[in-house]
Design a protein around this ligand. Structure first.
Ligand code: ADP
Length: 331
């Protein structure tokens, strides 16, 4: 029996959001601090979907660090896996939003506490008591967090967890694209589920025609990633929707048309929606058939769409009731 449905690992940080959409990064006049970090966002979103969740990561031994732990506690995310680093600050991310569907990020970490996560920091009890472990590539950009992330993935997998990886590529965190691709590809070999957006899928596979109008490009890209090891590859295309691929089948599932305010956090919300469904499935090979997968992506698309209706990431994540109500209204 596993106590947790989803444990996420990686960055828990402060997102400095611009007070309005429009200005580029140098022109923003006011920034508003909000809790963030993709894996932390996923943990909160999954908790709001009534999954048992926990978070593993490192923040600074500072006021932002203790604030962030409190936020996760309030969201009923188990926080005993959080470590406090006396040497570095909680990471900040400065954000500009030139329009509602795009964002510019500057990470203030040189290094930040999240990069200092070590093997010894890992709460092995959490890793052995979860059905799924999820993380992204931000924790792969530097040591020691990179080794800790690989160690966590292997430990959780050996203990029977499914491993989920969101490519979540942030170019400015890496020395160069080649280094990023090498580490991301090394991780893809180790995981069960890979999620990438269209930009990331193009970068990883060289496939240029990623469009729902002609899913053959999506299939080529997804199959290439699938060949590297995972059982399931999911590609997201923002307001268009998402595409799944297993060895047996692949299909595009359209997004829900909504009046988007800002798309920050949609990818994390989408992941939480997927994990909420996948955590209930034991035998992926037999049970992940086209019917099930279409239902899972429809659900994840709904969680993503609802998140685009409010500003910010964590503040915008919907509850289970809101997702169910939204889906019932669509029928
Ligand atoms: P990422 O944030 O990782 O780049 P996407 O922007 O592709 O991810 O969004 C993930 C999912 O969220 C999409 O596949 C879609 O289901 C949903 N989504 C994102 N933006 C919108 C939008 N503007 N309208 C409706 N759904 C959206």
């Amino acid at each position: 029996m596993k106590t947790f449905d989803v444990v996420t690992l990686g960055e828990l940080l402060i997102d400095m959001f611009p007070d309005r959409i429009g200005p580029r990064i140098g022109e923003v006049e006011k920034f508003i601090p909000k809790p963030g970090g993709a894996p932390a966002n996923v943990a909160v979103a999954a908790s709001r979907l009534e999954m048992k969740t926990a978070f593993i990561g490192k923040v600074g031994e500072d006021l932002f660090g203790s604030y962030l732990k409190r936020v996760l506690d309030q969201e009923r995310v188990e926080t005993r896996g959080i470590r406090f680093d006396p040497r570095t600050r909680t990471t900040l991310v400065i954000i500009a939003m030139p329009d509602e569907n795009s964002a510019e990020f500057v990470f203030y970490r040189n290094p930040g506490a999240d990069q200092h996560l070590t093997d010894d920091d890992l709460d092995l009890d959490l890793l052995s008591s979860t059905r799924m472990l999820h993380f992204g590539s931000v924790s792969l950009s530097d040591e020691p967090a990179r080794s800790a992330t690989f160690a966590a993935a292997r430990f959780a997998r050996d203990a029977g967890a499914r491993i989920s990886f969101d490519v979540n590529y942030r170019p400015s965190l890496w020395q160069d694209t080649e280094q990023a691709l090498r580490q991301i590809k090394a991780m893809i070999k180790e995981v069960d589920l890979v999620k990438a957006n269209e930009v990331e899928a193009a970068l990883l596979t060289g496939e240029e025609h990623l469009d729902s109008g002609d899913p053959s490009g999506l299939e080529r890209a997804a199959r290439e990633l699938l060949q590297q090891g995972p059982e399931l590859v999911v590609l997201t295309l923002g307001a268009q929707g998402s595409y799944y691929q297993t060895r047996q089948a692949g299909a595009f599932v359209p997004a829900f048309p909504v009046d988007t305010i800002d798309a920050v956090g949609c990818g994390d919300a989408f992941v939480a929606g997927m994990l909420a469904k996948l955590a209930r499935i034991d035998r992926w090979q037999e049970e992940l058939d086209p019917n099930n997968l279409a239902e899972i992506l429809t659900y994840a698309n709904a969680v993503g769409a609802l998140t685009s209706l409010k500003r910010g990431a964590i503040p915008a994540m919907p509850t289970l009731d809101q997702v169910e109500y939204f889906l019932s209204e669509q029928e």
